[in-house]
Design a protein around this ligand. Structure first.
Ligand code: MRU
Length: 361
């Protein structure tokens, strides 16, 4: 996607020993990039959410392994880098998927070939992510076309999304937002309600930044506003991404997704989940087994923003001394999901639906 007319991915190699990423902790106030030169740089970037979003976490971990292989291609270092990266964030399964793919590609290869092989494999994984997201967007576009066709010619299609499932969460395009961009680009008159997505505000800071940069009409709303707007028939469809889908179709996504799905079901608003197949965890039978990341209470108790002077500042917003609990994700049961949008097409949110698209797994 483009920033000020220049095409970017979220991660790209800049030499044989370094990759560059967009520093998402600075957005939307500053557009800065950061250089990662080692597996521990990649692990730190994932942990600190310099890079975030399930597919991008996987891509950054893949380059983490590639950078580790440049330093020392031994079995021991491969395992060390794998374990270091794996423990960075617990919920998004793409991290496990990418690390397994890298390890499988390298394990039985001669050491002297591993550095080059790993670099090629990480680049391939990123290119595939872009194509996968493009396909998700094309399949999602069909839903947008159908929904738009039900509106009167001068009416706007109102879409609600939560968190950030756009190109910043992937290598390019995005999952849920890929369809939004494609629909907008082909002239469908749409408007996006952007959940601010407390506590880290990925919606207000990242999704709004993305949509604004692409010229997509949107409005940031408090996380609690969606239910009202659904009741008032101001939402035609919801579309979100996911960090892990279990074999039965349960969906882990950024905290606050589940209440949106409940409100959507109560108001008969279609609720779609867009995902690459790398987000499916075939080993877990249901969402109850998904590890939910517990994050720092500071994310809830403090806020960072730009002051009138232009400087960034962090302020306390809660009663001093009050404790806070901060689960990063929730689980939406499959029964509340209208359908999945994957790179292979649309399916029911169920074991049967997933199997129909991915029979080989
Ligand atoms: O904690 P984050 O920002 O890494 O959360 C991941 C997400 O961006 C969302 O949960 C997203 O909707 C799924 S990833 C496309």
């Amino acid at each position: 996607m483009k920033i000020s007319g220049k095409a970017y991915r979220t991660i790209w190699p800049i030499s044989e020993n370094a990759v560059e990423v967009i520093d998402q902790t600075k957005l939307p106030h500053e557009f800065r990039t950061r250089t990662l030169k080692s597996a521990s740089d990649c692990a730190n970037a994932i942990r600190a959410m310099v890079v975030r979003g399930a597919p991008l976490i996987g891509a950054a971990a893949a380059y983490g392994i590639a950078l580790a292989m440049r330093e020392d291609p031994s079995d021991e270092n491969l395992e060390r880098a794998h374990d270091l990266l794996l423990e960075t964030r617990p919920t998004a399964i793409n991290l496990h998927w990418a690390l397994k793919r890298m390890r499988d590609a390298l394990r039985n290869q001669p050491r002297e070939t591993r550095a080059a092989l790993a670099w090629t494999e990480a680049a391939k994984l990123c290119d595939e992510d872009v194509e996968t997201c493009r396909s998700i967007g094309e399949h999602g576009l069909k839903i947008f076309r159908e929904a738009a066709a039900k509106k009167k010619p001068d009416e706007t299609l109102n879409v609600l999304t939560h968190c950030n499932a756009g190109w910043l969460a992937c290598v390019d395009w995005g999952t849920a937002l890929a369809a939004v961009y494609m629909a907008h680009d082909e002239g469908i008159k749409l408007h996006v309600w952007v959940d601010e997505t407390r506590p880290r505000n990925q919606g207000a800071s990242l999704t709004a930044f993305e949509l604004g940069s692409h010229g997509v009409p949107h409005t940031i709303i408090a996380d609690n506003a969606g239910g009202l707007y659904m009741r008032q028939k101001k939402v035609d469809l919801c579309i979100v991404g996911t960090d892990r889908v279990t074999a039965n179709g349960d969906v882990a996504n950024k905290i606050g997704t589940y209440p949106k799905a409940l409100a959507a079901a109560d108001n008969r608003v279609p609720f779609y989940v867009a995902l690459p197949s790398s987000t499916i965890d075939w080993t877990l039978k249901s969402g109850d087994a998904i590890p939910i990341e517990e994050r720092s209470a500071d994310e809830l108790l403090k806020m960072t923003g730009r002051t009138p002077s232009g400087a960034l500042a962090t302020v306390e917003i809660a009663a001093p001394g009050s404790p806070a609990a901060n689960p990063g994700f929730d689980v939406t049961p499959a029964r509340l999901v209208t359908g999945f949008i994957t790179e292979r097409g649309l399916c029911e949110a169920s074991k049967k639906g997933l199997r129909s698209l991915f029979p080989e797994v």
